[in-house]
Design a protein around this ligand. Structure first.
Ligand code: ZN
Length: 103
């Protein structure tokens, strides 16, 4: 386990966790206030993302940097320009007809 990134909130931690899972990188969210008992100091901590396999660390950092530098719009679901299927943001290809996402 290696500490990867301190997230600004639980929602961001979950988004990054899901984005990395799409690349088959296993992460866990620690330091999350939801897991601490009420009134403990841990309530003041930001949730941190930890990568389970240290060998994945470099790639995970790259993916996070890329992910955080993307405009919000690119993280929203997108619609295939060819067949009209709605795709989750994590996918770069249409699962239905394999058309790449528009740049
Ligand atoms: Zn399609």
């Amino acid at each position: 386990m290696k500490r990867l990134y301190e997230c600004r909130d639980r929602l961001q931690a979950q988004m990054l966790h899901d984005a990395l899972a799409a690349h088959h990188i296993e992460t866990v969210i620690l330091g999350d206030y939801l897991s601490g008992a009420a009134g403990e100091l841990s309530a003041l901590q930001f949730p941190a993302l930890w990568v389970v396999e240290e060998a994945d660390y470099a790639l995970a950092r790259q993916l996070i940097d890329r992910y955080l530098s993307e405009p919000e719009a690119e993280r929203l679901p997108w619609r295939c320009s060819r067949c009209g299927e709605l795709m989750e943001a994590a996918f770069d290809l249409c699962w239905n007809c394999s058309t790449p996402r528009d740049p």
